[in-house]
Design a protein around this ligand. Sequence first.
Ligand SMILES: [Zn+2]
Length: 255
Amino acid sequence: MTAPEQVTPTASRLLAPNPSPMTLDGTNTWILRDPGESACVVVDPGPLDDGHLDRIVAAGPVALIVLTHGHLDHSEAAPRLAELTGAPVVARDPAWCRDAPTLEPGRYDGVAGVDWLTILTPGHSSDSVCLLLERDGVLLTGDTILGRGTTVVAHPDGRLADYLDSLQRLRDLAETEVHTLLPGHGPVVENPLVILDFYRTHRRERLEQVRAAVAAGDTTAAAVVRRVYADVDPVLWHAAELSVQAQLDYLAAGG
Ligand SMILES: [Zn+2]
């Protein structure tokens, strides 16, 4: 059985076996453990997969399960892991919480010696959060920032105005407090300012391309995708359509 890969003094990674064009190498399940403690906090247990669950349980004892958001590639295993370990589940969406209140912005204290700041970062989804491990200068980003490429604004739940605002706030944090991003998919990010600037530039460029496509007569998200995302693998076009719909809404609202 593969042991978790230690990435920072507090965080180690278990890679779920669900690679795809959308999930990159698979979902990163993050195991947070204070060096002096035996119990751990599990962030994003991932898809319901027995082998992956076995590896998470073996990395325990599990004191708490946290979800960065409710998309199933991050959350599906949470209820089963809670059953197996007795650990509560916390998330921004109360539907996922179990034996614990909804995640609120601000400090979450002292679970197995691990504490963090919860930062609400809606945009990819309405319930997305990032977790800042202040002592380590580490930010767990879920799908708000990925380790490779860019993410989707998952219309209609995800909204572009929210996402741009979240990116700005994360960039402010990266200027002072954060030097490493632990994403929900893909490799660890050691240059957060560069990546956050890339995300913001990319979003602005795409928005201008969508604006131009509409001006050129495209009337549907699918038509805009064929024009604007011609350079992107067609297996991603459905996801791109969600992002385009989010961009069309943003433009229609005067963005
Ligand atoms: Zn997601």
